[in-house]
Design a protein around this ligand. Sequence first.
Ligand SMILES: O=CCCCC(=O)O
Length: 487
Amino acid sequence: MNTASETAVIDAVNKQLFIGGSWTDASGAATFDVHDPATGKVLCSVADASPADGRAALDAAVKAQPVMAALSPRERADILTRAFELLHERIDDLALLMTLEMGKPLAEAKGEITYAAEFFRHFASEAVRIDGGYQTAPAGGARFLVTKQPVGPCILITPWNFPMAMGTRKLGPAIAAGCSSVIKPAPQTPLSMLALAGILAEAGLPEGAVNVITCTDAAGVTEPMITSGLARKLSFTGSTKVGKILLAQCAEKVMRTSMELGGNAPFIVFDDADLDEAVAGAVAAKMRNMGEACTAANRIYIQSSIIDEFGKRLAEKLGAMTVGRGTEDGVNVGPLIDQPSLDKVQRLVADAVDRGATVITGGEPVDGDGYFFTPTVLSGVSTDAAMNAEEIFGPVAPLTPFDAEDEVIALANGTPWGLVGYVYTNDLRRALRVSEALEFGMVGLNQGVVSNPYAPFGGIKESGLGREGGSIGIDEFLEVKYIGITA
Ligand SMILES: O=CCCCC(=O)O
């Protein structure tokens, strides 16, 4: 049974599709249920789009594209700024909505709304700084005029773990660049995106500039959209497995892509590090979002001389965390998103223990409703444990000892992924050497969280293509055009 304020924020969301600036039922009025991961109970139902609905949304985006492109940079910036303000004005309700559908504690949900809003503020500033060039050809005579134009209608696909921020991280630069879009949130967390659609409409976005389709048959709905040739860009955040399928589909029409895929982050602590800072960094890198983040520390390598002390201190911190429904006071670890996620975490912990790991704290799911797992520290995790090769996506910190710098660099880089790595050391030369040697798109140096709207977020290897945020984030949504002029 939801409280009155919970029911009010759920009721306030329009649960239809948002196409061409209007709210509309899915074909045949199809719907699907949204669950509270803390209880497993149904929160509400939302429209379940068909492939035909997806096509209608894309057609609306195509129609809106010239309108978006014709807005002045200042007009686009003003819409983003107004949406930024509205997100802050409604932060309490939006955070409660997010906690209900995704599970993260309210304080983290508020943090995510702030993070999400910041992408709009950042890209409002970038909209008015899109530049170009003018140059005399080296041989003289001709002139080169270089300008940037919106890439065109975009398909944006977002995950359930950051249901608002991954939307604004894509929509912010798309709108700033003058692109229209169709955005599809994950079926587990459609409500935050639907709320965001309402806010963007209120902020003055032209009809059809952003279309939201919620659906359960993601592949069935998005594949025909991608292969239609009507969209010019796909931006996806999700698993490497799905990313590869989408890349193959985009190849058919040679579409621009941005891919933020899986991670398998190493977290390395040398014995010269400040241990308190390293433990605090590990708590942040592991426990942010209950470990359900592509940036989460997945393999924690500690120099042998300090591993016992590090393990003891980390276990004290994680063991003291309060697990529960994210709406309750004092809770800092919410549920995992669903039963398959809980099953996976259990399987990975059992496998590590079978291969010789010791549970220092936690190690078990919590009895009762919902998908809760106790914050866990494992020591002596073998390098061939399954969790070294798979994203845990849960509150489990696996500690593995190492002795030498080159050994740990080889271990850290020994993965197909390359999103983010973390290094703790007080030796400046080692810090630079190791940061440069790590084959990752981002490095947290004595820092457990790298995500920041003003920095370029993204990975190498099988962690993806392109960068989101930072001053280059808008380039993903712009085409460079060169006009040769006879002078
Ligand atoms: O799980 C990956 C999404 C990235 C969240 C972040 O911005 O840190």
